[in-house]
Design a protein around this ligand. Sequence first.
Ligand code: NAD
Length: 504
Amino acid sequence: MTAGITSSALPATQKLASSWIDGAPVSTSGSLHRVINPATGATVAEMALATPADVDAAVASARAALRGWASATPAERSAVLARLAELAEANAELFIAEEVSQTGKPVRLATEFDVPGSIDNIAFFAGAARRLEGKATAEYSGDHTSSIRREAVGVVATITPWNYPLQMAVWKVIPALAAGCSVVIKPAELTPLTTLTLARIAKEAGLPDGVLNVLTGAGHDVGTALAGHRDVDVVTFTGSTAVGRKVMAAAAVHGHRTQLELGGKAPFVVFDDADLDAAIQGAVAGSLINSGQDCTAATRAIVARDLYDDFVAGVGEVMSKMVVGDPEDPDTDLGPLISAAHRAKVADMVQRAPGQGGRVVTGGVAPDLPGAFYRPTLVADVDENSEIYRDEVFGPVLTVRSFTDDDDALRQANDTEYGLAASAWTRDVYRAQRASREISAGCVWINDHIPIISEMPHGGVGASGFGKDMSDYSFEEYLTIKHVMSDITGAPEKDWHRTIFAKR
Ligand code: NAD
């Protein structure tokens, strides 16, 4: 794919149906909603939002479609997903244009990461759909044949965030479909376009009507109604920790299973034997990807005292040269934040940092541009109890502290309620092994930070949630395990009956 696609490829201000229910666009009756390009403030699309009443229709559609899809053969489900991967590739330019215009992310990122990563994930699950595994069927008791059935869990309700709208939708929806589930997804209302397009092309790929439904609505009403709907079976969520806990509470009313991919505050540990240039380059890339609006972004650099001054100077210099501006220009490094309101939150946190011991080395300002832009920001010497070091900023902001020895480094890395991702930078194999063992996180990178791959799981511990997206491990969220135990003796009196009938 080339980074030549721009959102000007889209018609100005599309009038869209907010929802996709039972295989067709549905115009709902909620309040008027505008999807805004945060780089320009222009309206990209207008729609009436879905309402809680629409949740009933979408869930009913998914329930009605479930039996047929769950009983399709793995090969049939695989064929639909393989065709969807091909159609996603054929629609890559549209996906890129929609993603850039609704999020403001640089076209280079959408072209080389969001869209090809999503297509690869669909292709992976087209294959994975045909190779579910379980324990071998065998006579474990001696008197019975035991076998395992892995069955679709049912109707999946899923709620996704705005930072990687297509990828987050794909990570939730596609393994569920591969497992034989039907789905109702509520994308973030700021960024619904690519999720609606995904549902439309899934129908073209042969997905039966009702198996995938989309509701664009607000979190507090449609999201709550969906998570707490009596007739869903599992609730999967990607978003902030605070909202994830509300979703879990709503799902608990009916005892629904949940899977939560939540916030992060990833440590980036640089030991004194690290390749300093690689660590500097890696820290800038790892903290600024998607303007830092990435749950795994490097946010807490923890650096050996001997390297500290050179690391801070090096990162500050590279950050100060980053190009912030027009997302549609392939030479742009950073686009805007998702909204003016979110930029204000990031700017306020940076502004409060010096009062809590931090030193702003570079950035800390908004460039003179009309959109929600913010300069890459490095805050050194942060106090370990300061807000900017402990709380999720979700912007282009890296904090730095030093450590004294390896014990101190690993203590600081784990001094957070979050546990999504982390990295350790060292050329010492024993240090690398120790860091990967002792850092509490769903993923530990060694001498890199950010890469993900369809074959490997993504998901956190602690306040970062539980359960996995991507890889075969994600099937655990969408399948139930049933034990079938068949008597093979034919005897009316089973051997184990001696535990019940004392006199025989
Ligand atoms: P958010 O939690 O504000 O919103 C996420 C989704 O929840 C949206 O669709 C929103 O409409 C909906 N929602 C809001 N209130 C709700 C409620 N009461 N009930 C049900 N749904 C509700 O998150 P965001 O601002 O869209 O995204 C940023 C957050 O997502 C960050 O915290 C980031 O770390 C996290 N995130 C995590 C991962 C991961 O894999 N762990 C990936 C991407 C983003």
